[in-house]
Design a binder for this molecule. Structure first.
Ligand code: NAD
Ligand code: UDP
Length: 333
């Protein structure tokens, strides 16, 4: 198959591109590098079957030749990123999705939309099944991302019902792993980088809010299966094991600075010197946990990498990034 993958320079897009290449498909990566990394594209360009187009998908994209599938992953994804680029986020979710749906229709290609657990907002139902309509503040700071993705889902559904396009929608829950940008502001990257640098971990609020963290290889497997299935979705993909943000901080400290962490954390959240309390951002969801009954049934999919193992695989990658950036910052003597 010839696959177009928007957002190929990003965290998930680069892993997914690799997966499709590994399976013998060709991949056309498209990205404008707004939050992506040129290093990820350089890695992919070493592979046979990969080509790259530097392009903002919020403007129409014309490609020659056949296209069998389009996976639309382009969008700032971290709260820090989408708050820095609110208009671009709204545009890539709306205009970008429309453009990629148009390309899929023109080429007769299957279209898969990367949606998000954020469509559930600050959920009133827990865990969240796909049938839940969500609790989103359209005019709050996170509205630029949440509403863009909700519009993208509506647009994808309309192309399916009105134009008969072959579509899939995946609602992705918090995913982590190598190739996250160290400065992307998400909790896993922040905590690991802070722990490696010997800084205090920035705990927003009291750390009792929850998230369910999925390791990237599990997510990629789920998306690959969904793309090849007959299930239009939306389908939740995420690890259903829920942690408080404080528990995540503790696990990361235990892995990065094991001896220090135990005694320090015993002193409690207010006193632990390795934790620094900061205000909870506006509209920060209090809980989040996927109900993955549908993915289990339709895709035979289940995450296999737990948080401990996933962090063990992720921390060395961040250590390398931190060491390289520290080495660059050191003046030559
Ligand atoms: P990322 O920021 O690493 O990757 C996004 C990529 O999209 C970047 O390379 C960026 O440059 C590119 N991009 C953004 N706007 C673009 C535009 N207009 N034209 C071309 N390229 C553009 O983020 P990620 O974590 O890899 O997320 C990828 C997708 O998955 C996003 O759509 C995001 O909403 C979705 N998602 C991710 C998570 C997660 O936990 N990582 C959770 C839910 C949903
Ligand atoms: N968070 C935190 N410290 C940080 C970054 C994030 O305590 O340095 C919290 C944030 O308030 C949220 C959770 O961690 O409750 C997950 O945040 P993230 O930005 O990773 O993604 P979200 O799930 O909110 O989209």
């Amino acid at each position: 198959m010839r696959i177009v993958l928007t957002g190929a320079a990003g965290f998930l897009g680069s892993h997914l591109s690799e997966r499709f290449l590994d399976e013998g498909h060709t991949v056309v990566g498209v990205d404008n590098f707004i939050t992506g990394s040129r290093d990820n594209i350089a890695l992919l360009q070493e592979r046979e079957g990969f080509e790259f187009h530097l392009h903002d998908v919020s403007t129409p994209l014309f490609l020659s030749g056949p296209v069998d599938g389009i996976l639309h992953f382009a969008s700032p994804a971290s709260p820090v990123d989408y708050l820095e680029y609110p208009i671009q986020t709204l545009k890539v979710g709306s205009l970008g999705t429309h453009n990629m749906l148009g390309l899929a229709r023109e080429k007769g290609a299957r279209f898969l939309l990367a949606s998000t657990s954020e469509v559930y907002g600050d959920p009133a139902i827990h865990p969240q099944p796909e049938t839940y309509w969500g609790n989103v503040n359209p005019v709050g700071p996170r509205g630029v991302y949440d509403e863009a993705k909700r519009f993208a889902e509506a647009m994808t559904s309309a192309y399916r019902s009105h134009h008969g396009l072959d579509t899939r929608i995946v609602r992705i829950f918090n995913t982590y792993g190598p190739r996250m940008r160290p400065g992307d502001g998400r909790v896993v990257s922040n905590f690991i980088v802070q722990a490696l640098r010997g800084e205090s971990l920035t705990l927003y609020g009291d750390g009792s809010q929850t998230r369910s963290f999925c390791y990237v290889s599990d997510l990629v497997e789920g998306i690959y299966r969904l793309f090849h299935s007959d299930c239009p979705g939306p389908v939740n993909l995420g690890n259903p094991v829920e942690f408080t943000v404080r528990e995540l901080a503790e696990e990361i400290l235990r892995q990065v600075v094991p001896t220090e962490a135990e005694s320090d954390l015993k002193s409690g959240v207010e006193n632990a010197s390795r934790l620094r309390r900061l205000p909870l951002p506006e509209d920060d969801p209090k809980v989040r946990q996927p109900d993955i009954t549908l993915a289990r049934r339709e895709l035979g999919w289940e995450p296999v990498v737990d948080l401990h193992e996933g962090l063990t695989r992720t921390i060395p990658w961040f250590r390398k990034q931190v060491n390289e950036s520290d080495a660059r910052a050191r003046p030559l003597t």
